[in-house]
Ligand binder design. Structure first.
Ligand code: NAD
Ligand code: UD1
Length: 337
């Protein structure tokens, strides 16, 4: 298959490029480099053993999309392009809805016009809200995400459901990620946050290299075994293998299909710190700070639907997530820059 990967110069998209190439697919990347890097695409191409054209452009640019689809006969789209900083989305909601929601509408319009109707979309566990008992499974109704970023994901899910109901050509996979972490085993690809990392593992990694002084642990009074927040962390390579499985499964399915991608178990912030210390062989300084607004105490997936329908489950454990993050961080202390 030939697959258009939007956001393929970013963290998860670049890892997806590697597994797509390894599976024998052709790949074209479309990315505006707002948070991605051409170097990531070059390295992914090298690791996957294929040539990958990078089109520097925006999913909101309809004439560009029409040109891309006419020049490249694509069979499917993996749609990673989006803005993802939760705090920023609270300050700049219109920018988030414009980019994530309107951008996806434009992409879908261009796809429909050219008859490319197989789509894998990056959603998030945040669409469940926080009102359900754990673990979260796809049969639960969606809830109220606590921020505009999360609401942009929920809106896109709703748009895709309506689209598939109206036009039976569509084969859509909505993948609800839990917490992707880690890096490619080679240490050549990884997460390269600009500025101060918002997410736990990139922050820990920067404390370990001495770039940041101490991790602020947001809350130690949650109803969890050690009082700190619990999340379902999964290795980014497992995550992108889930995308490959979804892409294949969509060939046999119509309409919208929702799959959780997670391990099914949670780790606390302090367990993550200890696991990272094991991987890097030194202490990671931390201090307790107030809870972060919008955080839930705990969340983990019921991943059984993906196991049954996609034949996919995570294979890499916490030690590998941390060892791979550390290898990447040491080899690329400043990311791709
Ligand atoms: P990322 O920021 O590393 O990658 C996103 C890429 O999309 C970047 O390279 C950016 O330049 C590009 N992009 C953004 N807006 C664009 C636009 N309008 N046109 C073209 N390119 C654009 O983020 P990531 O962690 O790789 O996330 C990929 C997707 O997965 C995002 O949609 C994100 O919301 C979703 N997601 C991520 C997580 C996570 O923890 N990383 C969790 C759940 C969902
Ligand atoms: C967050 C977003 C989610 C988004 C995901 C990936 C919120 C409410 N949710 O998930 O929508 O899809 O990132 O971008 O922001 N923590 C610390 N100190 C830190 C950073 C995090 O203690 O410096 C804690 C958090 O309180 C949480 C855990 O670590 O308990 C994981 O945090 P994070 O990596 O930011 O992911 P989520 O909050 O789960």
């Amino acid at each position: 298959m030939k697959v258009l990967v939007t956001g393929g110069a970013g963290y998860i998209g670049s890892h997806a490029v590697v597994v797509l190439l390894e599976a024998g697919h052709q790949v074209v990347v479309l990315d505006n480099l707002a948070n991605g890097s051409a170097e990531a695409v070059a390295r992914a191409a090298e690791l996957g053993g294929g040539a990958v054209p990078l089109i520097e452009g925006d999913i909101r640019d309809r004439p560009l999309l029409d040109r891309v689809f006419s020049e490249h006969t694509c069979d499917a789209v993996m749609h990673f392009a989006g803005l993802k900083a939760v705090g920023e989305s609270v300050e700049q909601p219109l920018r988030y809805f414009e980019n994530n929601v309107a951008g996806t509408l434009t992409l879908c319009q261009a796809m429909a016009q050219t008859g490319v109707t197989r789509l894998v979309f990056s959603s998030s566990a945040t669409v469940y809200g926080d009102e359900h008992p754990l673990p979260w499974h796809e049969g639960l109704p969606t809830g109220t995400p606590s921020n505009p970023y999360g609401r942009s994901k929920l809106m896109v899910e709703q748009v895709l459901a309506d689209l598939a109901a109206a036009d039976e050509r569509w084969q859509i996979g909505i993948l609800r990620y839990f917490n992707p972490v880690g890096a490619h085993e080679s240490g050549r690809l990884g997460e390269s946050p600009r500025g101060i990392p918002n997410n736990l593992v990139p922050y820990i990694a920067q404390v370990a290299t001495g770039r940041r002084e101490s991790l602020a642990v947001y809350g130690n009074d949650y109803p969890t075994p050690d009082g700190t927040g619990v999340r379902d962390y999964l290795h980014v390579m497992d995550l992108v293998e889930g995308h490959l499985a979804a892409l294949q499964a969509l060939g046999r399915r119509q309409g919208v299909n929702v799959w959780n991608l997670g391990t099914g178990r949670g780790y606390s912030v302090l367990e993550m710190v200890r696991a990272f210390e094991q991987a890097c062989g030194s202490k990671v300084a931390y201090h307790f700070a107030p809870r972060r607004e919008g955080d839930v105490a705990s969340c983990w997936a019921d991943p059984s639907k993906a196991r049954e329908e996609l034949g996919w489950q995570t294979r890499r454990h916490l030690a590998a997530m941390m060892a791979d993050t550390w290898r990447w961080q040491q080899a690329n202390p400043e990311g791709y820059t």
